[in-house]
Design a protein around this ligand. Sequence first.
Ligand code: FAD
Length: 495
Amino acid sequence: MTIKQNDIAVVWLKRDFRLRDHGALHQAITNHQQIVLLYVAENSLRKEAHSSERHYDFIKQSINDLNKQLVPFNAHILAVEGEVIPVLEKLNAKMKLTGLYSHIETGIGLTFQRDKEVRKWCKQNNVPWREERQQGVFRGMKNRKQWIQQWSALMNKEQLPFPQKNAFITNESLNTIAKNFTPLDLKTNSSPLVQPGGEQNAHRYMDSFFNGRYTTYQAHISKPDLARKTCSRLSPYLAFGNLSMRQVLQRTEAEKEQGKRSQGMRAFESRLRWQAHFIQKFEMECRMEFESINRGYHRLEKAINPTFINAWEKGLTGVPMVDAAMRCLVETGYLNFRMRALVVSFFVHQLWQPWQACSAFLAQQFLDFEPGIHFPQLQMQAGETGINTLRIYNPVKNGLTHDPNGSFTKKWIPELAELPDQLVHTPWEITAFEEEMYGFRLGDNYPKPIVDIDQRRKEASDLLWKMQKDPLVYQESKRILSRHTLARRKSNRSA
Ligand SMILES: Cc1cc2nc3c(=O)[nH]c(=O)nc-3n(C[C@H](O)[C@H](O)[C@H](O)COP(=O)(O)OP(=O)(O)OC[C@H]3O[C@@H](n4cnc5c(N)ncnc54)[C@H](O)[C@@H]3O)c2cc1C
């Protein structure tokens, strides 16, 4: 069946599952008579190493949420399985598309390549493709001279409203079209321990943050358990576009004007700026998906040790703070910044494994996987940028400081639940008498540390400090500073 309307555009949803402040949707509704909202669960992307069903459950929840919001319009999203070009091909054959709209995506190599193919297809089929900016990220920039001005101008622009006009293709017409495609099953198996997706949930989390949780943001930001409540938890909503950064920043400004001014609010606002800063870096140097931005570190030799990697992934390294964080991540999809940095530091320093060997596993676990933050952060934590202070986290010290009574650690490692607080972060210090007393045997109930953490820390530190003097590392550091930092940054060793 061919629908006899001559002006039908597709809004292709990728990581922008919202109806408010949505540039592509707004433009499509302004410019066309009828709109199809399309999501394609791409088989190729689903199989990619950094993807996981956890992300797809979040996407499905987001689609279900949008479908609820679309009920008054008698509309819903065409959510199908397959690949984008064949889907567009079929839609075009049925409906003669007059436009394609989407957001500009700073994704992985696979999505960038796909977008190039889509552009080619659009040209060949005379379907204009308009991409709208949803992040403060600018394509084609050579350096950061103008970045902050452009970012600020975008963030200060007025937000785009919830659709005012019903331009959506009706449910009845869409159901007929849908028969030509493999529908995406929108049922999810997501655990209640994982944050739920969707635009309305995103606003709920944002409200609860500004209505109270923010007050302890600064005090608890590094605590593995308390940070879960007092950090905003907006990251998956930003990563999958349930919220735009502009919405969050403008809300923050409005709350500050209402009197909510504090050190915590300032710290929160800086982090909102870091989001685009990191993504811009990745946009400008996307080879960071595969190799360290600083070419001086490509000579670093690290042999893959599958036993180490397996123990780290399973939370069985024998180092409680690391194991608790890893098990928590696998169950819940979230860790606060410090714990993310700590588990990566342990992997790349104490276990001396290449960051590339933990990248996919972590990305699958993190509900908020955002390539533009993930890859630069991994390299920063690995000490392979040459422009950041080398930080090798001490898991025992961090445990004692940030989980002093061991409640987080014991929750995720029940094997340690009977140990007294002073042994939770150093179970290897248990005496034979205490083993009897607590019914715990190191090596049986819980592993002995798989490495000597202090010795490995020193070895990694010595080697990496030495490398910072390498001429290529130094030359690359200068290049990175001039390309990726604001002109006023002078030092090449600041954090
Ligand atoms: C190895 C590693 C990998 C990371 N991968 C991701 C990722 O894939 N996606 C992601 O959103 N964040 C990532 N981060 C950054 C940070 O840990 C998370 O953004 C933060 O913990 C999310 O929790 P929140 O939303 O409660 O943060 P809040 O502290 O409430 O911050 C608000 C928002 O600011 C941004 N933000 C906060 N910290 C950072 C940061 N250090 N760098 C850039 N932006 C930041 C995020 O968008 C976040 O949602 C990573 C950090 C490390 C060390």
